[in-house]
Design a protein around this ligand. Sequence first.
Ligand code: NAD
Length: 471
Amino acid sequence: GAYVEDKAGAAIEVVYPATGEVIAVVHEATAAVVDRALASAKRAQAEWAAVKPVERARILRRAADIIRARGDDLARLETLDTGKPIQETVVADWPSGADSLEWFAGLAPTVTGETVPLGRDFVYTIREPLGVCVGIGAWNYPSQIACWKAAPALALGNAMVFKPSEVTPLGALMLAEILVEAGLPAGLFNVVQGRGAVGASLVTDARVAKVSLTGSVPTGRKVYAAADGVKNVTMELGGKSPLVVFDDASVEDAVGAAMLGNFYSAGQVCSNGTRVFVQKGIKERFLARLAERTAGIVLGDPLDAATQMGPLVSAVQLEKVLGYIATAKAEGARLVSGGGRAAPNTGFYVQPTVFADVTDAMTIAREEVFGPVMAVLDFETEEEVVARANDTEFGLAAGVFTADLTRAHRVIAKLEAGTCWINAYNLTPVEGPFGGSKMSGVGRENGRAAVEHYTQVKSVYVGMGPVDAPY
Ligand code: NAD
């Protein structure tokens, strides 16, 4: 419920990606701070579980209202933390978090058990909170990830200790302030800062009932293995998702979706459709229009309302993405747009980049780039594209563009992905479950599906008559 000052841990500098300037410093939580956060969460959760769902909901709704009232300030902070353009952060990041708080507030009072008649006796079930949940965030959607995890956890009677990414540590702190202002009792939402080791220390603590991670597949593997004493794990991991465009699709819509699914947030979105499969009949028209629209993207200062694409989040990410672009060129992909650093100012900018004639074996068709780099592949038949789209360890998302709705549903049914779109891309409303199959994840966030991941069922047998013992 209050800031705890402890500077014993290593300092972590928060850098504004558009200029490279240090804008804040946070300190890594020491073991004592982590222990204090978990202990206070444990204490607070016991009381919170006894609060009526409508009362919990009222607090979360108030938090959503505060977020909306402070929309511009919060968007500005999110932009400073991540480098995303303000025109995105005003509509996407915190607003999506507010939706999540509001929606789970509405859902919580409707979560009930069941009664199962057994003749004379009966069984009833109660959906109980899990206890103390740990949330660990990636750097690309710091406030949204914190809200997407905290909202179902708190609405359903749990406490949460949240560790944001060390790259973007500010959004979660704001959420903590907002929840306190909304009246959330102290201890129910605690933020600890730090790198992977702090996350790892949370995962293995015996007081923790659940871990929800958003991050990369390698981190997911480590957390899953470390969480062997924890019963409930949700993982939202990486992807290399296919976006399949058939000949009969609207080229304009498909180009727009491919751009949204590769260039929004400078391409740093887990569910991006980074393998764009275009059927041969429209390939040239698609590429021509894509090149034309891509050339018009306005890069610049993310705080300027006219800017459509900002920098990457960090110098590390910049080097990584430039490395993938160099590899794509070396492996023979045809550069259609971009392909290098951009310099509207001193930050970590990369041009929106499109490669055509990409083959399935190329590195940019197999690995997650996490930057504004689109790979366009061509295909001839439906059967062929389904097999190629599924030829990956990932299974986060997939999209299909076609005017033939029978085909759309048939193809979607065969694609191995947890979150899919037909004639749309990357829309993730809180009402719809979100998550991945194969290596891209375990469990789902958002939607009613989240109830499964933040509650457990208690089954109670009620004997109504004499006990029939044989001795
Ligand atoms: P990352 O895996 O490097 O880090 C994620 C978080 O895990 C960070 O907070 C980090 O400090 C922490 N961490 C690292 N090692 C840990 C350990 N051993 N134990 C516990 N915690 C540990 O990922 P990132 O670079 O921050 O984010 C980018 C990745 O996240 C991409 O792969 C992207 O696809 C994925 N992502 C997925 C989703 C989704 O919903 N599926 C959303 C956003 C990002």
